[in-house]
Design a protein around this ligand. Structure first.
Ligand code: CP
Length: 351
């Protein structure tokens, strides 16, 4: 059984294969219309979603399968105190594959340890969002023809933006990719992503958007993640710090691809929508096809084990990330690998 917890669970060859399958699905949808007849996808969304949940639903229905699940935790027995582990044990008895979104980081790892069926991480807190990255990579490949040798600008909330973290993990594996990290200093990329995935010289960190635009092949705009801020005043101060508009694109390359995982708030003016370089709605539409390809792959994978619970207990270390599920889930075994919490990837502290 195989899961998708973070994007590095897939090799670059497997990502190429998924993009090829997704493109074949677009060209030949009838070939796949019965591929999952009799199979059930569980969509467990403990956090709001439009694109991810509905594109997973559409993907499974387009494969001839069925879908059950929920779109908010308050309609489930979590409100009676049930743990995530027990919820997953039950849902995995009713389904063949599960896509889950949870506000706590590491939740899909906890789920994969008890599930009888493949777990797909559809977003865990401010940590990772690997299926968004598949959507992003598919869009880049179809628009620019390659994933190598690109200059990628990432703009906005790089601290809490899980789509940014997963995209950097994925694209840092391709030769010649450079990142321009554009954010206020309060919302810079976390060290656990930078230290693990970015080599010296492969990135620059800046605060100004406009000056960076002419050199970019991709401009990946992101929303400031209001729901992850400790203080509303701090969010208000940073909320409208970037706004891409048609005027700011006047010196951009004609081949630039403007992407955004969506939803947007004010960071892309609607006057950009008609620019032929604006690809964010097509990006979201691609999500349906790449998720069809992913469901087919995970349901077809046999004799594979990707146990993520490898690590050691510690008498001296503890995770202090307030967003990590390991701090609140009852019965969880707290594990560390090389001084890092295995659930949220953040550096552990001495007790
Ligand atoms: N990109 C994305 O995850 O969108 P939703 O939150 O609408 O699923």
């Amino acid at each position: 059984m195989r899961n998708l917890i973070d994007i590095l669970d897939l090799t670059t060859e497997e990502i190429d294969e998924l993009i090829s399958t997704a493109s074949d699905i677009i060209d030949n949808p009838g070939k796949y219309a019965e591929a999952c007849r009799g199979k059930i996808l569980g969509t467990l969304f403990f956090e709001p979603s439009t694109r991810t949940r509905l594109s997973f639903t559409s993907a499974m229905m387009s494969l001839g399968g069925s879908v059950l699940g929920f779109d908010q935790a308050n309609s489930t027995s979590v409100t009676k105190g049930e743990t995530l582990s027990d919820t997953i044990r039950m849902v995995s008895a009713y389904t063949d594959i599960i896509a889950m979104r949870h506000p706590k980081e590491g939740a899909p790892i906890v789920a994969s340890a008890v599930s009888e069926v493949p777990i797909i991480n559809a977003g865990d807190g401010g940590h990772f969002h690997p299926t968004q990255t598949l959507t992003d990579l598919m869009t880049i490949k179809r628009k620019l023809g390659r994933l190598e040798g690109l200059t990628v600008g990432l703009c906005g909330d790089l601290k809490y933006g899980r789509t940014v973290h997963s995209l950097i993990c994925a694209m840092s594996r391709y030769a010649g990719v450079r990142f321009v990290l554009i954010s206020p200093k309060e919302l810079r990329l976390p060290d656990y992503v930078k230290d693990e995935f970015l080599k010296d010289g492969s990135y620059t960190e800046i605060t100004e958007l406009e000056a960076a635009i002419p050199e970019l092949d991709i401009l990946y705009m992101t929303r400031i993640q209001e729901e992850r801020f400790e203080s509303h005043e701090e969010y208000e101060r940073l909320a409208n710090v970037y706004e891409l508009d048609a005027n700011k694109l006047r010196n951009a390359k004609p081949t630039l691809s403007v992407l955004h995982p969506l939803p947007r708030v004010n960071e892309i003016n609607v006057d950009v929508d008609t620019d032929p370089r604006a690809h964010y709605f097509e990006q979201a539409a691609n999500g349906r096809y790449i998720r069809m390809a992913l469901i087919l792959k995970l349901l077809g994978t046999r004799g594979y084990s990707d146990n993520r619970m490898s690590g050691e207990e510690s008498d001296t270390l503890e995770c202090r990330n307030p967003h990590c599920l390991s701090l609140t889930e009852r019965g969880i075994v707290k594990l560390f690998r090389d001084g890092v919490c295995i659930y949220c990837d953040q550096k552990a502290q001495n007790k």
